[in-house]
Design a protein around this ligand. Sequence first.
Ligand code: NAP
Length: 261
Amino acid sequence: MASTLAGKWVLITGASSGFGAAAARSFGAEGAKLLIGARRVDRLETVAQEATKAGAQAVFYRRLDVSQTADVNEFVDWARAKTGRLDVLINNAGGALGLDYVADGKDEDWETMLQTNVLGVLRMTRAALPLMVNNPGSSILNIGSFAARTHYEGGAAYCAAKAGELQITRVLRLELNGTGVRVSSIDPGLAETEFSLVRFKGDAARANKIYEGTQPLTAEDIAEILVWVASRPPHVNIDEMLIKPTDQAAIHKVYRRKAGG
Ligand SMILES: NC(=O)c1ccc[n+]([C@@H]2O[C@H](COP(=O)([O-])OP(=O)(O)OC[C@H]3O[C@@H](n4cnc5c(N)ncnc54)[C@H](OP(=O)(O)O)[C@@H]3O)[C@@H](O)[C@H]2O)c1
């Protein structure tokens, strides 16, 4: 049976790595048509090839920086020239920077986290909504985080940003009531992507420590869930989903196997 996502238009932000790249491949495998963006265009080109190989009916890519309003608007203008309708918007671009206590926090880290995870979602949603509001059953899938629902030392700005994303999702569900547009927050726990490498500013040894001895989620785990959420019947809205690795009982309780054990 053909996938309900075959031929659907799916826009993914932050598609150059991690969840976004995996989502491009997974929605591609469903025969969707993809519009993907991120700042690293060379990476987007590779992801576009992979998604095409997986079965995407079409893949278009373009540089996108969600921290810039003009960039977001130009990206959506470009998307509009390709399609008059959007079926799935995945607001995924974002991440964390640093793990400093508030006392040592860096303005540039705080500003980037809020720009991408919060304002980026607002900007992209505002720009894309005209392509969705006359399309009942379309879906906005915002990538939140376990960090929105818990807190940890060094996480003040990131926890605040992801809590902001969760509230934006909830507000949108009220504002879009009656349009048939669905809005979800998909909130992963510990997942092995480039997330920690970015957070620790290229310090691979420190990033690898985060995943040492434990079995984190993979980008594909989350991509499969995004496909499932987007392919529910139009009258079904998955409001919020918290997905953690089995090894992560709580933010401070992650099971780690001993080396060689
Ligand atoms: N991995 C985890 O443990 C985890 C858990 C919960 C939530 N999350 C969230 O999941 C989302 C995806 O992260 P990931 O784990 O897949 O990490 P990742 O591998 O580092 O991917 C992040 C993506 O966001 C893009 N991005 C960052 N800033 C951007 C900007 N200003 N404009 C456009 N794109 C931007 C990056 O692309 P460019 O650098 O090429 O622009 C990249 O494609 C993020 O929102 C993150 O906060 C991650």
